[in-house]
Design a binder for this molecule. Structure first.
Ligand code: PMP
Ligand code: GLN
Length: 391
């Protein structure tokens, strides 16, 4: 088997599956270890898929994506600060942002190319880039700097082999949103060295503080930017596998050629449901966003006076990082202990890269009361670990 598909990342969720097994066995387990919304997909979207199925949308669909869906994605992108020139021919529909990212990597990278990625980073990035024969070059984000990037360190990482920067704002796992100044500096670097900017924007609709910026709206960036996004998080539609790439038309044509031999188009009835989702944004979207915000504030409140752990305030998204270094344990040991003794599952920050070791990631995927209980348990576990370490 080829080593290009090395499967890194999958191990990150071992603890999640252990927690699910314990829950299935009847234990009181609070699962905060996966980024899958606990909300159900809003009813009008589900109805639209059912209607479409009944109407016979069971055949191959347009491989690039249905024109109406691509027009709606382009319109949303223009309305949310993306390049005002974006049209349907700048869109390729994919089976989720993950599939979009993988496809973009195949279309823009050659073996031996380097891609600069801030770390911690989402766990699938390395394998997706590696499958294209490229190498991931990490630029660490520092906990002491609230995981904000230092553009000078990105500049220092550029070599003659660098082909792209891969950025993710809002960021998984830290919840940070890149500022306009950071975007401007990183975009300038791409122009200076003739690099692609790959931008993963799956959490763009879940911002609480600050604002989202799509880099294709910056001067000279449209022709070198590929954006991946989806309905997974914004619309609680992770299982529908509906996402897209936004980019210059030649890239989109290339992606469509790849989609023809890889995917053969996203299912017709799912594309119809996605049209409904984008044409008539349900009120539930605001309610979900508000719920994530309330949950974030709940964690901040419960852990505010804790003298062992410290929660980092995320500006966006559905995750929070909690600094557990004072427990005296590694993040993995702490996560294991938290599951074993308190029945709460979280991910060790190390899954996202060494810069996040010493942190655990909480998913805000249970209601505020359950989350309050989870934080109390986390606090208790941390205090016990610390007492043991100091004894
Ligand atoms: N990028 C990031 C940063 C993610 O967290 C995820 C998954 N939650 C994805 C991409 C993949 O999203 P999708 O479900 O649209 O494939
Ligand atoms: N992206 C989500 C997370 O970060 C979950 C993806 C998955 O199911 N593996 O947890």
């Amino acid at each position: 088997l080829t080593q290009r598909i090395a499967g890194e990342g999958a191990a990150a969720w071992d603890i999640h599956y252990r927690a699910l097994a314990r829950q299935a066995a009847g234990e009181d387990v609070i699962i905060l270890s996966v980024g899958d919304p606990d909300f159900t997909t809003p009813t009008p979207i589900v109805d639209s898929a059912v209607d479409s199925l009944r109407a016979g949308a069971t055949h191959y669909a347009d491989v690039q994506g249905k024109v109406r869906l691509r027009e709606l994605i382009a319109r949303q992108h223009r309305q949310t600060g993306g390049a005002p020139e974006t049209q349907a021919d700048n869109i390729a529909v994919m089976a989720g942002a993950q599939c979009g990212l993988y496809a973009v990597a195949q279309c823009v990278l050659d073996p031996g190319d380097e891609v600069i990625v801030p770390e911690p980073m989402y766990v699938t990035y390395e394998a997706a880039l590696q499958a294209a024969g490229a190498t991931l070059v990490r630029v660490p984000l520092r906990a002491a700097n609230d995981f904000q990037p230092d553009p000078a360190e990105f500049a220092a990482a550029v070599t003659p082999r660098t082909r792209a920067l891969l950025l993710n704002s809002p960021h998984n796992p830290t919840g940070q949103v890149l500022s306009r100044d950071h975007w401007a500096a990183l975009a300038a670097l791409c122009r200076e060295h003739d690099l692609w900017l790959l931008s993963d924007e799956v959490y763009a609709e879940l911002i609480h503080d600050g604002e989202h910026l799509s880099p294709d709206s910056l001067p000279g960036m449209r022709e070198r930017t590929a954006i991946v996004s989806s309905l997974s998080k914004s619309h609680a539609m992770t299982g529908w596998r509906l996402g897209w790439v936004i980019g210059p038309a030649p890239l989109i044509q290339h992606l469509t050629h790849l989609a023809l031999c890889m995917l053969y188009g996203s299912p017709d009835f799912i594309q119809d449901a996605a049209c409904e989702a984008l044409a008539h944004p349900p009120a539930a979207l605001d309610e979900m966003r508000q719920a994530y915000r309330t949950r974030r504030d709940t964690v901040l409140e419960v852990l505010a006076d804790d003298d062992t752990v410290e929660a980092l305030r995320p500006a966006a998204g559905m995750f929070m990082m909690v600094d557990i270094r004072r427990t005296g344990l590694s993040a993995q040991a702490f996560a294991d202990r938290l599951l074993d003794t308190q029945g709460v599952s979280v991910l060790a920050g190390d899954a996202f890269g060494p810069s996040a070791s010493g942190f655990v990631r909480l998913s805000l995927t249970v209601d505020a009361e359950r989350l309050r209980e989870a934080c109390r348990r986390l606090s208790r576990c941390a205090a016990e670990c610390r007492a043991t370490a100091e004894a």
